[in-house]
Ligand binder design. Structure first.
Ligand code: FAD
Length: 408
């Protein structure tokens, strides 16, 4: 069997890449292989997490035609409040100060995944194989050979493809097989995730509160059957994790309330708790002849800055643009000389974001006094200096980065 492009992994990034291409070209023969059924609870991309989409991500989704379908699923962030427990500094940023509708949009991953798959169904040039697994990739002179195993029937088939795009996440078996190596930095921390029901509406406020073990983020979620909710991302040391996961709901809420405070009123209930051990990971190469890597397979970031998917989506737009440009010129979509252009642009963007996220983690994890003092000054300065506030807000909204477009 043949395909122009084979996408390994139909998580948030793989599905976004398939839609980016299909929405701009109905001739390309695209095959996306996902090992876990999209509707399944164990689909890692579409779990109970929420994602903050920056303005640049909203623009890219608009370019794919999916943004109007996400409008009812996102909660706009109107205000951002950062503070530190028992310290003097705090800062507040407001969308109206920057003349924007929102400083970001919070979407639950399940809702985003459902929309991506439902949009993809409209394109007859996209074939979704799921549950199916790419078990082998072999580079040949003029194509890649991919072995795909149908996990329902147990039948295997070989595909010849012009370009393989690996969107198979941060724990790829195929990367090992292809000897694609990574640089990894682990933290002795995990992100504990849960949805929290609130006593009063969040009014579009996103909070980031720096506590002893790391930041606690509370992100506004759309109202759910009349219930006001925020999404919790609680950076927790590994030594406290098991204990926090094991607490009863009532004890968990009272510990959270004590750490976070009462800015969002009383916490009424907590949904299912999950956690992700935190690490930063970067692939040592992003392209080879007829092969490109996107999303967590290329870069895994610390969620403190909420930038992993936003960075990945800019990569999606860059690579889709690269493929469409090659097609328009009649060039080979798998040629390394073309893919190199994508790799250079994506790496420039990633380096900037990675340095900023790692810097944030280090500064806000630090317990020594001068650093603690200076982060309170940062908060104070942000609240009182319009210039500093302006550049911080632009970076948070993704407006300072280059703005890749898919169309050529
Ligand atoms: C707690 C937390 C909060 C976050 N918050 C934000 C945020 O606010 N904003 C933001 O921008 N980012 C955020 N991120 C980052 C974001 O979640 C990731 O960037 C994103 O999920 C990466 O998606 P992915 O598709 O690359 O990888 P994954 O979600 O891991 O998907 C990979 C897919 O590939 C499939 N697969 C693997 N191997 C194969 C194979 N051989 N054959 C077929 N299929 C295969 C898997 O089944 C899986 O579905 C957060 C991350 C965490 C952990």
């Amino acid at each position: 069997m043949t395909a122009d492009i084979l996408i390994v992994g139909g998580g948030l990034v793989g599905a976004s890449f398939a839609l980016a291409l299909a929405s701009h070209n109905r001739e390309l023969n695209i095959c996306m292989v996902e090992s876990i059924e999209a509707s399944s609870e164990s689909q890692p991309s579409f779990d109970d997490r929420s994602t903050v989409l920056s303005k640049s991500s909203a623009n890219i989704f608009a370019d794919m035609g999916i943004w109007p379908h996400l409008a009812n699923l996102v909660a706009p962030i109107q205000h951002i409040h950062t503070s530190e427990k028992r310290q003097f500094g705090m800062s507040r940023l407001h969308a109206t100060d920057y003349d924007v509708e929102a400083m970001g949009y919070v979407v639950d991953n399940k809702g985003l995944g459902t929309q991506l798959y439902s949009q993809l169904k409209a394109f007859s040039n996209v074939q979704i194989l799921s549950p199916a697994k790419v078990t082998n990739l072999n580079a040949k002179a003029d194509y890649y050979q991919a072995s795909v195993l149908d996990l329902d029937s147990g039948v295997a088939a070989d595909y010849q493809v012009k370009l393989v795009v690996m969107c198979d996440g941060g724990r790829s078996d195929l990367a090992k097989q292809l000897d694609l190596t990574h640089q990894v930095k682990t933290y002795d921390q995990a992100a504990l995730i849960a949805n929290i029901e609130l006593q009063k509406p969040h009014q579009g406020w996103a909070y980031e509160r720096f506590a002893k073990e790391g930041p606690i983020a509370m992100l506004p979620l759309p109202n759910f059957h009349g219930r006001d909710r925020s999404a919790l991302v609680w950076t927790t040391s590994m030594s406290s994790l098991d204990e926090r996961m094991a607490l009863s709901d009532a004890d968990f809420l009272s510990e959270l309330q004590a750490e976070f405070g009462h800015r969002l009123g009383r916490f009424k209930a907590v949904g299912e708790r999950t956690y992700y051990p935190l690490k930063i990971q970067k692939a040592n190469e992003f392209v080879r002849s007829r092969l490109a890597i996107l999303g967590n397979a290329a870069y895994t970031l610390h969620p403190v800055a909420g930038q992993g998917f936003n960075l990945a989506l800019r990569g999606v737009a860059l690579l889709a643009h690269n493929v469409l440009s090659s097609l328009a010129k009649g060039a080979d979509i798998g040629a390394l000389s073309n893919l190199n252009q994508f790799a250079i642009e994506q790496d420039k963007d990633a380096k900037r974001i990675q340095t900023a996220s790692h810097g944030l983690v280090s500064v806000f994890a630090a317990q020594n006094l001068p650093i603690r003092f200076s982060r309170n000054l940062v908060n104070l300065a942000l609240d009182h200096c319009p210039l500093a506030k302006g550049s911080f807000a632009r970076a948070a909204m993704g407006l300072d980065v280059h703005k890749p477009t898919i169309r050529i």
